[in-house]
Design a protein around this ligand. Structure first.
Ligand code: MG
Length: 378
């Protein structure tokens, strides 16, 4: 018995105030749709997953996802998704809003379980606030009456159906419908209500992004790592710092290119994963790393993080030296590190301080670097 997932992502979402439709908008280290897709990972009996998108949206999706082009209405988009899923002959389908990235697992499992007994099931929350009718007249809004809330529910998704029953219901739909429950009921199907959840919000308004992020961070794996490195000055005419060659009266001594900033950042990323330091992955005793460009180390740490499902949320590096002056090179360093890490430059910080002529950095015997990295797994 295979379970198909149909994610409706064709809407334009104008109320969310984002430049792009909200489902493609960044949220907590990924896109909204990435979090939504992750909700259905490893479900028992999971079959095909279809994302129905607008023809203008050509954003990449994971290889295992089937796509379909949406129609002018929600029900037309769902029909396009059902047609794309039909060749897989699934027995059940969950139809879910792309803009609901925080659905608790228990809600999804309850919908699936209810399909053992009913041809359709959907999560909803009983209305607990008092309901008023009000008129907006010029600039005032006045209460005109009270609405009885008993028996009223706020509908959520995923809405679950026996696949063939939903296909048949959609074949007979006559007018635009609010959702698939309305279409199923019009076709005479019983729809069971299972408990919804307050965290199962549909991102609609700009403030919803912050709330969704708070919910997601609550269950996220967030890692912080730090790194520290020192290299001494030697004869030379330039130093490598954070991927940039900076002219100087000395060079930096080291087994590799001695890029002290990049080493500290690399160690911070390894540290966040409890993966030791550069020396563990690139032993100084191994001659193949002699004089190696440090971007090899940094790229390795970033790839290890990605392979473990982490996004690099940010890195911050402080170089400690009297000279050379870092300020004129900081933005080039920021860009170089961002390119190696494959993240946007606004997630990379390079700054510098002197040590007030105190200590080994103050005596210009060498350069020290400190770094912090944050890794996030949705
Ligand atoms: Mg080093």
């Amino acid at each position: 018995m295979s379970l198909a997932i149909l994610i409706v992502a064709a809407g334009r979402g104008t109320r969310a105030g984002t430049e792009r439709p909200k489902q493609w908008h960044p949220l907590a280290g990924a896109r909204v749709i990435d979090h939504t897709l992750a909700l259905f990972k490893d479900l028992p009996g999971l079959g095909p997953i279809c994302v129905v998108h607008h023809p203008d949206d050509t954003d990449p999706l994971p290889d295992h996802v089937i796509t379909a082009i949406g129609g002018a209405t929600r029900d037309a988009s769902v029909r396009a998704g059902l047609a794309a899923l039909a060749p897989f002959i699934p027995s059940r389908v969950l139809v879910h809003d792309a803009a609901r990235p925080c659905t608790p697992r228990s809600v999804i499992l309850d919908v699936i379980a209810a399909l053992d007994t009913y041809p359709a099931a959907a999560p909803a929350l009983a209305v607990t606030d008092a309901l008023w009718r009000a008129d907006i007249d010029h600039e005032t809004c006045l209460v005109r009456g009270v609405q009885d809330r008993s028996g009223l529910y706020r509908a959520q998704t995923p809405q679950g159906f026996r696949f063939s029953a939903l296909v048949t219901a959609h074949a007979n739909v006559l007018s635009p419908a609010a959702d698939d429950v309305e279409i199923a009921r019009a076709a005479g199907l019983d729809v069971a209500v299972v408990p919804g959840h307050e965290d199962n919000l549909k991102i609609t308004h700009p403030a919803d992004f912050a709330r969704a992020e708070r919910i997601l961070r609550g269950s996220m794996d967030i890692r912080l790592g730090n790194g520290y490195d020192v290299h001494r000055f030697c004869d030379g005419t330039q130093v490598w710092l954070c991927g940039i060659s900076v002219p100087h009266s000395h060079g930096l001594d080291g087994h590799s290119d001695a890029d002290v900033g990049m080493h500290a950042i690399t160690d911070a990323i390894y540290g966040a994963m409890a993966e030791g330091d550069i020396g563990r992955h690139f032993p100084p005793s191994d001659p193949q790393w002699k004089g190696a460009a440090s971007h090899i180390f940094l790229r390795h740490a970033a790839e290890l993080a990605r392979n473990r499902g982490f996004a690099i949320s940010n890195v911050d590096c402080t170089l400690v030296c009297e000279r050379p002056k870092i300020g004129p090179h900081a933005s080039a360093m920021q860009a170089a590190l961002a390119a190696i890490l494959d993240i946007s430059a606004d997630r990379v910080s390079v700054k510098a301080t002197t040590s007030e002529r105190l200590g080994f950095t103050g005596r210009e015997e060498g350069i020290a670097a400190l770094a912090t990295a944050t890794l996030v797994k949705p």
